[in-house]
Design a protein around this ligand. Sequence first.
Ligand SMILES: *[C@@H]1O[C@H](CO)[C@@H](O)[C@H](O)[C@H]1NC(C)=O
Ligand SMILES: *[C@@H]1O[C@H](CO)[C@@H](O)[C@H](O)[C@H]1NC(C)=O
Length: 180
Amino acid sequence: MFSIFAAFVAIPVLAQSVFAGDCVRSYTIKEGDICDGISGANNVSTYQLAVINNGVINSACSDLTPGKSICLGYEGEDCSTTYVVKADDTCDGLSSVAGINSTMLFLNNPQIDAECGNLYIGEVLCVSKTVQVPPAPVNGLKPAVTIPATATPVITSSAAQPSASADDSDDDDLPWCDEL
Ligand SMILES: *[C@@H]1O[C@H](CO)[C@@H](O)[C@H](O)[C@H]1NC(C)=O
Ligand SMILES: *[C@@H]1O[C@H](CO)[C@@H](O)[C@H](O)[C@H]1NC(C)=O
């Protein structure tokens, strides 16, 4: 009797979890919002916000409509352990502070380039110890890759070095390095 009841109850729960894309967090856009402001205040990474709202918010995040509700996280792919990038941050430095390795940082933040040269101040990164990133959009877009026009890069072009240093050997196994 109990097992029949349990099976009956379990069906809708199972059916729900099969569909990626169940929104577990949402946010109503307010006047004056910017994407990274929403991300920072709600512990959602820049990449996650961009991927989930691909097609809803444009890549420059210039079309936020006050009053409109957007999704912040999908069930099972919702990283809420986040870090807001500060001046002089490096991938190695912030990974170490967060207690994760760079493999995990790159997996959860696929917009970061292989040299970690495109971090900007105010960017919100997922620093979870497990992979919680939503899958890339099927249309092949790479969300959140470019530094917003209003943001300050952590590495300015004058300071940027074409780095081929020996100390980034921990990035060698990253599968997507070859594509960049
Ligand atoms: C975001 O994370 C910080 C640090 O863990 C926490 O103090 C804060 O309450 C969180 N904010 C939200 C909106 O979840
Ligand atoms: C990075 O950390 C993850 C999670 O702790 C671990 O599974 C993985 O083996 C680590 N990778 C490297 C290259 O150390």
